[in-house]
Ligand binder design. Structure first.
Ligand code: SAM
Ligand code: SF4
Length: 340
């Protein structure tokens, strides 16, 4: 008899069905809004969940906690040697969750095919600029060509429609809003702009300096006609717009998305739960508390015990991220160590 599903509900009536799994805190880029140029004190090998431990926690999230969507992230998930096997294990679960990956695409040229064969359904690739020098300024690495080759490989492997994520920083790359959209439209990729959040390792984020979605939309509207998207938004964080006059290869209207995580928070509709690379459950990107599952796992806990601890962690989820509260404190882990 299948084990009954008891979902990850919180005291505000939200139910988490979307699991973000960070597979490593390491990265081959140093995006200024995420990681300092010198890197961070990385987790030690034995502190990371093993592939078998990740597979077990993903399985119980799907089988017992009602998770229907699993996204692998990091750090840079393509740096995890066992990634293809982890995706394949998740693809064998019943009910089969939808499987996606967030990546900077460096190394995807080699891995896109194996990942698609392993059962990956969707991919989100981060691309903040098309200018090689700006790429260096934004990420401290000369790797734009590798990222572009990875994007093309994802497309060729059928991980379509390729979705691109862009963080625009005022005065740095915000003039690329329309050119990036033009580039994506030409290739049939879906582009989304994300507001920069206070998750940088240097704690330099300031609300006043943040480029807002309203500014991004104004820049896009100067070059394109954006029409309201009639599709239901549901709990999705992205607000989408149809780009008049453009269609995807399959004939559907082309869209652009904006994610106003800071200026118009969508916490009331949040359906996410997070697992860090060292096995901690976080109920929110901005949580200041974590629940360690690794010690339980390694101490011989049963699936029931692990599931119960995960549910308890999510029950205490706060109603919102509180970035606008005067007493807001940035979480101690930066984005790369939480899993974006
Ligand atoms: N390395 C992969 C990548 O860059 O796609 C996956 C991990 S990264 C932390 C996931 C996403 O978080 C990326 O799209 C990145 O742009 C975004 N991100 C990182 N720091 C951010 C911040 N402070 N505010 C908003 N988005 C951020
Ligand atoms: Fe690495 Fe992604 Fe953070 Fe950039 S955003 S430093 S690619 S983890």
């Amino acid at each position: 008899m299948p084990t009954p599903v008891l979902p990850l509900a919180d005291r505000y009536g939200r139910v988490a069905t979307d699991l973000r799994v960070s597979l490593t805190d390491r990265c081959n880029l140093r995006c200024t809004y995420c990681m300092p140029p010198e890197g961070l004190p990385w987790l030690h090998g034995p502190d990371l969940l093993t592939d078998g431990e990740v597979n077990r926690l993903v399985r119980l999230a799907v089988e017992r906690l009602g998770v229907t969507e699993v996204r692998f992230t990091g750090g840079e998930p393509l740096l995890r040697p066992g990634l293809v096997g982890i995706v394949a294990a998740a693809a064998r679960l019943t009910p089969r969750p939808s499987l996606s990956l967030t990546t900077n695409a460096i190394g995807l040229e080699r891995l896109a095919g194996p990942l698609a064969e392993a059962g990956l359904d969707r991919i989100n690739i981060s691309l903040d600029t098309l200018d090689p020098e700006r790429f260096v300024a934004l990420s401290h690495r000369r790797r734009l060509d590798d990222t572009l080759a990875g994007i093309a490989a994802a497309d060729a492997a059928g991980l379509t429609p390729v979705k691109l994520n862009t963080v625009l920083i005022r005065g740095i790359n915000d003039d690329e809003a329309a050119p990036l959209l033009g580039w994506a439209l030409q290739r049939g990729y879906e582009l989304r702009f994300i507001e920069q959040m206070p998750l940088d390792a240097g704690h330099t984020w300031r609300r006043d300096n943040m480029g807002t979605v309203a500014e991004t939309l104004a820049r896009l509207r100067a070059a394109y006609d954006l029409l309201p998207d009639p599709a239901e938004r549901g709990g999705a964080p992205a607000e989408t717009w149809l780009v008049a006059g453009y269609t995807l290869a399959d004939g559907r209207p082309a869209k652009v998305g904006v994610i106003a995580s800071v200026s118009q928070p969508f916490c009331a509709a949040c359906d996410r739960t997070r697992l860090t690379a060292d096995g901690a459950v976080r109920s929110c990107l901005f949580s200041r508390e974590e629940t360690d599952l690794r010690a339980l796992l390694r101490g011989g806990a049963s699936d029931d015990m692990l599931a119960e601890r995960w549910r308890a962690a999510m029950f205490g989820k706060l109603p919102g991220h509180g970035i606008d509260n005067p007493e807001f404190l940035q979480p101690s882990r930066p984005m790369s160590a939480i899993g974006g």
